[in-house]
Unconditional design. Structure first.
Length: 154
């Protein structure tokens, strides 16, 4: 998989083009994800950009705590060798709860989920975390069931 930051050229000189981050398959060009790029350039390790998870709006709220937990899960996945920048981009754009709900609503499974499951680390997936009782107020029973079904199918 490849990731590139692209700034489109604007036809209208009065418009400021918004850069996007595109995640795609290098050999075939298939696009997996397009998201608004962060304004600041990410830190870089080797050839792979490491995008930081932004701080939540309110660290003390339940949503803020879920956001922090997702940041911890991402850090752990990175130590295992997978850089889930799509997940990071969604969290930075929508917040962790918004990202989780969008993934569930769009029936989209992050690439990191089956990767972690194959390594017997399903405990590090967003689907597993959604099912934890401490987040029950953040997700409906249907969303929790969908997350559990996805995890079982990965």
């Amino acid at each position: 998989m490849n990731q590139e930051r692209i700034t489109p050229k604007s036809v209208d000189a009065t418009e400021t083009p918004l850069p996007v981050t595109v995640l795609f398959c290098g050999p075939c060009g298939w696009t997996f994800h397009v998201a608004p790029a962060l304004p600041a350039a990410p830190a870089s390790i080797g050839a792979h950009a490491i995008e930081a998870v932004m701080n939540p709006a309110d660290e003390d709220s339940l949503e803020g705590q879920f956001h922090i937990r997702c940041r911890e899960l991402i850090a752990e996945a990175r130590t295992l060798g997978f850089n889930p920048n799509v997940w990071v981009g969604l969290i930075n754009a929508l917040g962790a709860v918004g990202a989780a709900k969008k993934l569930l609503g769009d029936h989209h499974v992050l690439a990191v989920t089956p990767w972690l499951v194959e390594r017997h680390r399903s405990d590090l997936t967003i689907e597993h975390e959604i099912g934890q009782s401490r987040w029950k107020e953040l997700f409906t029973d249907e969303e929790r069931l969908e997350a559990a079904n996805r995890l079982a199918g990965s």
